[in-house]
Design a binder for this molecule. Structure first.
Ligand code: HEM
Length: 241
């Protein structure tokens, strides 16, 4: 293994550690944060099962966003396409992480390519929306552009790898399986792959410290995830007991 391979293998492990520890740390923090008041957006369900039923269409279809005005509908289109295509791309990529590749992952290969092509378009909608809507432009921070540009760069370098500067996929798989089995292997000899993979590491390392934590946050968001039951049950914050 050459020096660069050793560095990238090490960086991948450090990144995985930062991601897992950082993510779990935030999950614990969210759980520990006091919820002194019941503030679900009404009309809200009065039971836990009702909350689950409310959350499912929220998570799968971003339902409440569809109830907004034009700006929210644009966000819905960009956001929904982005999340679905991201999921399909990840499913397609699992062929690098598994051996033998399960049939279900093989079944998603074609859809995954289509998703890869739609992916930058969805991200373009999300970034243009931040420039063109006055209200959005005011509240947009550097970090909002940063994640969008980072993810666009990951998608575009992926498309470059697929259509213009092919890399040896056998080497890619050996490298990834080497990481997963703690027997580090040679980095594929492809600068674009190095950039694609390096950007993914940046994304993973940054994830727990960014707004991308909404992926977990939505599940513990009081306005959505609380049952509206102040009459059925006494609600006492832990510190008030
Ligand atoms: C945030 C995570 C990632 C995103 C959004 C992403 C996105 C993409 C996209 C859109 C493509 C082009 C379409 C395709 O062939 O599927 C692609 C290709 C590729 N990606 Fe990724 N990728 C990610 C992570 C990774 C990782 C961790 C690896 C490491 C194995 C990787 C390796 C590759 C390779 C080798 C190709 C070329 C595939 C081919 O030639 O058929 N990607 N990626």
């Amino acid at each position: 293994m050459n020096g660069l391979s050793t560095v990238i293998n090490l960086l991948a492990y450090v990144t995985a550690l930062v991601f897992v520890v950082g993510f779990l740390n935030k999950v614990i923090l969210y759980f520990k944060t006091p919820n002194p008041l019941l503030i679900p957006t009404t009309p809200a369900p009065t039971t836990t099962m009702g909350v689950v039923a409310r959350m499912i269409p929220e998570v799968l279809f971003f339902r409440s966003l569809l109830k907004g005005g034009t700006a929210e509908k644009v966000l819905w289109v960009g956001g929904w396409i982005f999340h679905v295509t991201f999921l399909l791309i990840v499913l397609r990529h699992l062929r690098f992480f598994t051996y033998p590749v399960p049939g279900i992952i093989m079944a998603f290969q074609g859809l995954g390519i289509l998703a890869g092509l739609l992916f930058p378009i969805a991200l373009l909608i999300l970034i243009v929306r931040r420039f063109t809507n006055d209200r959005m432009a005011v509240i947009t921070l550097f970090q909002d552009y940063f994640v969008l540009i980072l993810i666009i760069a990951i998608g575009l370098t992926g498309l470059l790898l697929k259509y213009y500067v092919r890399t040896n996929l056998v080497d890619v798989k050996a490298f990834i399986l080497g990481l997963l089995t703690f027997s580090p292997a040679q980095l594929p000899d492809s600068p674009i792959f190095l950039i694609h993979f390096g950007l993914v590491l940046v994304l993973l390392a940054y994830f727990p410290f960014s707004k991308l934590m909404h992926a977990w946050g939505i599940l513990v968001s009081p306005t959505r995830a609380q049952a509206d039951n102040p009459r059925e049950a006494r609600h006492v914050a832990p510190w008030a007991q």
